[in-house]
Structures are given as structure tokens and as C-alpha cells.
Design a protein around this ligand. Structure first.
Ligand SMILES: Cc1cc2nc3c(=O)[nH]c(=O)nc-3n(C[C@H](O)[C@H](O)[C@H](O)COP(=O)(O)O)c2cc1C
Length: 209
């Protein structure tokens, strides 16, 4: 992706002055290329570290023309191929929505970084095949396996009496959701001035926050 001009001089000077007054702000990334590299490093870190603030993202999909959103764990990130990976129950509404309308948005916020990230992704559902089998092999040995072994589909109604007891289906309903990242919208909140940038197939550019 191409790099572009940094923000205007007045805003750079403002930022430099702030950095002098507040030495902890000196490490602020300056170029679009370094910001893009850093956001992918953070995404990779989030997939590897349960404590990372981007580990749980909000995934927004479209359900028959209406918006829908939920929290989801970021399981894998491939920065080279711009791919993100999630796990879900193959019977869940989000999987049905992804199959019917693959365009989705992921939203993340990090207080540590003061960064919001919005990713436009095209989702693909994998419910069988080697990519599913290899991940299920690892998952089946952990307590998380039960998330994909419920006898009834997520969101099934279960009356207004007792909540449904946990049970076990005969087979698993594990599905892998991959998201091909089409564009990224990065927003940094900062006392020296907020900054925002877009990264997509047309290159990288600053946006008005
Ligand atoms: C912190 C957190 C993490 C979650 N991670 C996942 C996940 O990785 N996969 C998943 O299918 N649901 C996950 N959920 C549950 C979903 O948010 C949602 O309630 C459920 O999957 C049903 O969503 P749907 O009806 O949109 O399919 C998570 C919920 C929370 C609160």
C-alpha cells in the first residue's frame, strides 16, 4: 500500500510540542506505513494473548437487511494474507448470516493504545474439511469443546421455566469463520489531536477523525 503525506505542519508542531511537554507521548507513530504495520502486529498479538484488549472483538453482520452484532474471540490472524479467523457453532445465526451475506465489520477498542479499529471483512464459513478437522482435533481436548457440543442450536427457545440444562450432542457443530480483510479504519484518540487513517486496496490515507 502507498504511503501519503502526514498531517499538516500546524498539527505536527502541535504534536511535537505536546511530546516535549509529555515525554511519554514521544513514541507516537508518524507514518501511515508504520501505523498499518503496527495495527497488524497488534492483531497478531491479540490472537496469541488472551489478555489483549483486541482479543474480544465485536462482529457486525447483516441479517435479512437488518444489523446484528455480537462479541467474538479473535483466534488467528494472518497478517500476510490479511485474514482473521473465528470459531463458532455451525448452527448459530451468525454463521447463517455470514453464509447469506458475507460482508461484515469487526470493531475493536484498546484503552492501552487509545486505538479503535474497524475492519471490513468478507466472511467465509467452513464447517467441514481439513481446516476444520485440524482445529477441532486440538480443541476437542479442551473444556472449550463443549461450546460446540450443545444438543440444540444457539438461540433455540427453551420456554420460560428453568434455563435449559447443559447437554451433549452426538457430534460436534464446530465451524471456522474466516474473514478476508478488505479495509481498515484506524482511529487514535490523543490529547495532542486525534488521528484517523484508512487502509485498503487503493492505498493508505489520512482521514479527518
Ligand atoms: C467475551 C465473549 C466472547 C465470545 N466469543 C465467542 C466466539 O468466539 N464464538 C462464538 O460463536 N460466540 C462467542 N460469544 C457469544 C456470542 O457473542 C453470541 O452470544 C453467540 O455466539 C450467539 O450469537 P449469534 O446469535 O449472533 O450467532 C462470545 C461472547 C462473549 C461475551
Amino acid at each position: 500500500m502507498q504511503d501519503a503525506e502526514p498531517p499538516p505542519l500546524r498539527s505536527r508542531l502541535h504534536s511535537q510540542l505536546h511530546s516535549q511537554l509529555h515525554p511519554q507521548l514521544q513514541s507516537r507513530l508518524q507514518s501511515l506505513a508504520s501505523i498499518e504495520a503496527a495495527l497488524w502486529r497488534e492483531l497478531e498479538a491479540a490472537a496469541a494473548d488472551r489478555g489483549h484488549e483486541w482479543r474480544v472483538a465485536v462482529l457486525a453482520t447483516v441479517d435479512a437487511g437488518l444489523p446484528e452484532a455480537r462479541c467474538i474471540v479473535l483466534r488467528e490472524v494472518d497478517a500476510v494474507h490479511r485474514r482473521v479467523v473465528f470459531y463458532s457453532d455451525a448452527r448459530s445465526p451468525k454463521v447463517r448470516q455470514a453464509a447469506a451475506a458475507p460482508a461484515a465489520v469487526l470493531v475493536m477498542w484498546s484503552r492501552r493504545l487509545s486505538w479503535q479499529l474497524r475492519l471490513r471483512v468478507d466472511l467465509e464459513v467452513l464447517a467441514a474439511g481439513p481446516e476444520v478437522a485440524s482445529r477441532w482435533e486440538r480443541l476437542a481436548l479442551t473444556s472449550a469443546a463443549q461450546d460446540y457440543l450443545a444438543p440444540l442450536a444457539p438461540g433455540s427457545t427453551a420456554g420460560d421455566g428453568e434455563p435449559p440444562p447443559p447437554g451433549r450432542a452426538d457430534g460436534h457443530h464446530f465451524a471456522v469463520l474466516t474473514g478476508q480483510v478488505r479495509s481498515a479504519d484506524w482511529l487514535e484518540l490523543h490529547p495532542a489531536g486525534h488521528r484517523r487513517a484508512a487502509f485498503d486496496d487503493d492505498g493508505a490515507r489520512w482521514l479527518v477523525p
